[in-house]
Design a protein around this ligand. Structure first.
Ligand code: ZN
Length: 148
């Protein structure tokens, strides 16, 4: 059974992130940046990562898009601050599995699992995963460019 009040709380949190995205704005000092685009909806974002000792020291994003893409980007940015690159990759995999209705760990995703509802709207899945796909591409680059 769905807990209505909890659902309302989740929705409010997602709307709040959409209206007031966290970690929004370019980083002056970054190691990696990458642009992402979702042609289905027109969502655009640029991701900035500062990597230090195998961890995401700082991360931010800029862009414009629908409420779901903005909320998902904002929540992702909040979740990856200070994470190891491996940890961020794992979060990507869990998030991706969740929206594709595969098995995932809600414990690992924490608040990000509030976005699970998006899987019922196939046309919005790309909105929710845009930031994550951009992050994953960036992580791959970050890993192969890491200094010894
Ligand atoms: Zn969108």
């Amino acid at each position: 059974m769905v807990d209505e009040q909890l659902m309302i709380l989740y929705q409010e949190m997602i709307l709040d992130h959409g209206r007031q995205p966290r970690y929004f704005g370019a980083l002056e000092d970054y190691d990696y940046t990458l642009e992402g685009f979702n042609p289905l909806c027109g969502d655009k974002l640029t991701l900035y990562l500062k990597v230090k000792d195998g961890n995401i020291d700082k991360a931010s994003f800029q862009g414009e898009g629908c409420a779901i893409s903005m909320a998902s980007s904002s929540m992702m940015l909040e979740a990856i601050q200070g994470k190891s690159l491996d940890g961020a990759q794992e979060l990507f995999e869990q998030f991706h599995a969740m929206v594709l209705s595969q098995s995932f760990s809600a414990d690992k995703l924490g608040k990000l699992s509030f976005l699970e509802g998006v899987k019922s709207y196939p046309s919005r899945i790309k909105c929710a995963t845009l930031a994550w796909h951009t992050l994953e591409s960036c992580l791959k680059k970050a890993c192969c460019h890491q200094k010894k």
